[in-house]
Design a protein. Structure first.
Length: 168
């Protein structure tokens, strides 16, 4: 590797190392895996996504709020400018809370009479475990069966032939 190529690689490494935090500070998204998210009353966030955790909104979210296996609580005078979607969790809207749209899979909606939903409200009730299995488990089950079929076919067609007994 020549000196010029090494110099370009070092420059690229420095730019990427110092550029990533700059983009992260400019992005006001919150994404968590297994840790609850709280948006404070004086905070403004672009979007919130939570896997295996819950979200509590006290301030403003300009975009969507999505949880997988967690609940969403929108407290008094909090605003969600986008859609609120939960898979296997509940949604609670306190008085004065405002959301654009609301979709709940396998959970319940607790909505105060003073809460405002600007768009559609869609709920797919039933056991959370059933909906989580249908949404996440069933595709993995089908994929596992397909892989098992391929393994079975490969083993079946690659077995060595059985020796034929010699006739006397």
């Amino acid at each position: 590797m020549g000196f010029c190529a090494l110099r370009w690689m070092c420059c690229l490494l420095l730019v990427s190392a110092f550029g990533v935090p700059a983009f992260a500070d400019g992005s006001h998204d919150r994404t968590q895996f297994g840790h609850d998210v709280t948006v404070g009353s004086d905070e403004k966030v672009a979007e919130v996504t939570c896997f295996g955790c819950s979200v509590r909104i006290r301030g403003r979210v300009d975009g969507d709020v999505t949880t997988f296996g967690g609940s969403v609580v929108v407290e008094r005078d909090a605003v969600i400018g986008g859609d609120t979607t939960t898979f296997g969790g509940d949604v609670r809207l306190d008085g004065g809370a405002t959301v654009k749209g609301l979709t709940v899979f396998g959970g319940r909606i607790r909505r105060d009479s003073g809460a405002t939903v600007g768009g559609d409200v869609t709920t797919f009730g039933g056991g959370a475990a059933l909906w989580l299995f249908i949404v996440f488990g069933l595709p993995f089950l089908v994929l596992g069966a397909f892989i098992a079929l391929i393994v079975w076919l490969v083993r079946r067609f690659t077995r060595p032939p059985l020796p034929v007994a010699a006739r006397v």
